[in-house]
Design a protein. Structure first.
Length: 321
């Protein structure tokens, strides 16, 4: 088979934290397998008529904290000529993100394998998609109604509330019945009842960690990344100071993966991250899941390599067909 050409759409590579960045881990794994790497930011993409194209730059990466990439000269190319396109632009999931998926959908129709599938990126909100798996989740409310949020708090006495478009633990609140700040929190999250927010029954097992389970083509990798909040915070997010450790998957973890994984695979999601607290699924991450570097460091798992092997097999099967 000829050399695989892989493009990546991401935030500026100069601004990443190389020691922690999962996209860099993917690029290193692809380069180690002889893939040609092409780098794009959103501003480099366009539709001309029906054709998706972009100004790509040849990318070379190094596992270094000081000098982790080099870029060649920009060259115009049809995106459909690439074998694989990794969409790794971080949220916010705004209209610019949606417009980018339209460009990438045209690239997919022209022959590129886009990871994850553009339609799936649009359809699978990382919070709201839990509604497709109620048997896996804690009691959950998605609403713009402040009275409904108050009622939900009254029923469950302690809840976690968060915006539908957040990431990294930002604007996540834990609210207890009787908290005089509850109304202002609900007003803030819903922008006075004009935006949807999510509320979930509080799961006390958060003190034992918010578990990130990475899925490749619907199947879980060999260990869980548990992110344990610091004593003065409720959020199990590494960027918010949580401590990371790895654990084996529990029977319940595997059962949750068995419910969610096939649905994601059917929708064209090759790489996803499930967030599980205790025995409950809380989020389905499909935009730019992280945790690869931590699992490599703490558990010796080559998740990026497994992903690239899976994608290479799919490219080969497509070529053979």
């Amino acid at each position: 088979m000829s050399q695989i050409r892989l493009g990546i759409v991401m935030d500026p590579i100069a601004s990443i934290a190389p020691a922690k960045d999962s996209s860099l881990a993917m690029l290193l794994a692809a380069q180690a397998r002889g893939f040609e790497l092409q780098y794009f930011e959103q501003r480099d993409l366009r539709l001309l008529g029906s054709e998706a194209s972009g100004q790509g730059r040849r990318l070379t990466v190094t596992d270094s904290l000081d000098n982790w990439f080099s870029l060649g000269e920009a060259q115009d190319m049809p995106l459909g000529d690439l074998d694989i396109i990794l969409m790794r632009k971080d949220p916010p999931f705004d209209m610019e993100y949606v417009y980018t998926t339209y460009v990438l959908e045209r690239a997919a129709e022209a022959g590129a394998m886009v990871v994850n599938a553009p339609r799936a990126l649009r359809d699978i909100n990382e919070k709201a998609f839990t509604a497709w798996f109620p048997e896996c989740c804690p009691e959950t409310l998605v609403s713009r109604s402040i009275p409904q949020l108050r009622d939900f708090l009254s029923i469950h006495q302690r809840i976690a509330v968060k915006p539908l478009d957040g990431m990294g633990g930002k604007s996540v609140f834990v609210v207890a019945a009787g908290d005089n700040n509850a109304n202002v929190i609900f007003e803030t999250l819903t922008t006075d009842g004009t935006r949807f927010a999510m509320a979930q029954r509080y799961i006390p097992e958060i003190s034992d960690g918010d578990k990130r389970i990475l899925l490749i083509d619907g199947e879980p990798v060999g260990a869980v990344l548990a992110r344990i909040p610091p004593p003065d915070d409720n959020r199990g997010n590494l960027v918010m100071g949580a401590r990371a450790e790895t654990r084996p998957l529990s029977d319940r973890d595997r059962w949750i993966c068995a419910q969610v994984g096939p649905v994601l695979r059917e929708r064209g999601v090759s790489f996803a991250g499930l967030d599980v607290i205790g025995d409950y699924l809380t989020e389905v991450n499909v935009t730019s899941p992280t945790g690869i570097r931590e699992l490599a460091k703490l558990a010796g798992l080559d998740v990026a390599g497994q992903l690239m092997e899976s994608l290479a097999q799919q490219v080969a099967a497509k070529a053979a067909a």
